[in-house]
Design a protein around this ligand. Structure first.
Ligand code: GDP
Ligand code: MG
Length: 169
């Protein structure tokens, strides 16, 4: 088995940290960062049975004010059709208009790819109880296959994301 999984989210939410943890979860790792117009390959996770290419889709965060940007955005969004799962990363309980914009583009194509919401930096959230109503609200508002509170830096729930990525292939 071999497939691609996208890590998507605005700058600073912890995508690179998550990727490092994902790649560090198990033994054999090859990592490279070639730039192409559509994807940036972030890293490749390999085990005995499966190989997952983690990609970044930078075009999704571009402002759509100009026609050329809209075009690039559409290219980025449609290129996500090739992935078996999208890990949409947000920063804790700070949901922004930017996040919503990216999310709308993710739902641009209606296909059978999984979308997982990773609510990162939960180690920063003192009152963990406050997370539950928040998770509930997001679950009602958007159609995610799974909503997972994670800590990319501490590794909380990162194995769970890797398992989901592997089963999505
Ligand atoms: P990217 O721009 O989305 O790739 O984000 P980075 O992975 O570069 O992380 C941005 C900042 O958030 C860095 O200072 C990270 O150390 C920090 N960060 C990432 N993940 C976590 C986390 O789980 N908990 C905390 N407390 N900080 C994190
Ligand atoms: Mg990064």
């Amino acid at each position: 088995y071999c497939g691609m999984v996208a890590i998507v989210g605005r700058p600073n939410v912890g995508k690179s940290t998550l990727l490092n943890k994902l790649l560090g979860q198990k033994v054999s790792i090859t990592s490279k960062k070639p730039q192409t117009t559509r994807h940036r390959i972030l890293g490749i996770h390999t085990d005995e049975a499966k190989q997952i290419v983690f990609i970044d889709t930078p075009g999704l965060h571009i402002e759509e004010k100009r026609a050329i940007n809209r075009l690039m955005n559409r290219a980025a969004a449609s290129s996500l059709a090739d992935v078996s799962m999208v890990i949409f990363v947000v920063d804790g309980m700070n949901w922004t208009a930017d996040d919503e914009m990216v999310l709308q583009k993710l739902q641009y194509r209606n296909d059978d790819r999984k979308i997982v919401l990773a609510i990162n930096k939960v180690d920063n959230i003192k009152d963990k109880e406050a997370l539950f109503p928040y998770l509930n609200e997001l679950g009602q508002k958007f159609d995610f296959d799974e909503i997972l509170p994670i800590s990319a830096s501490k590794g909380t729930n990162v194995q769970r994301i890797l398992d989901m990525a592997q089963t999505s292939l």
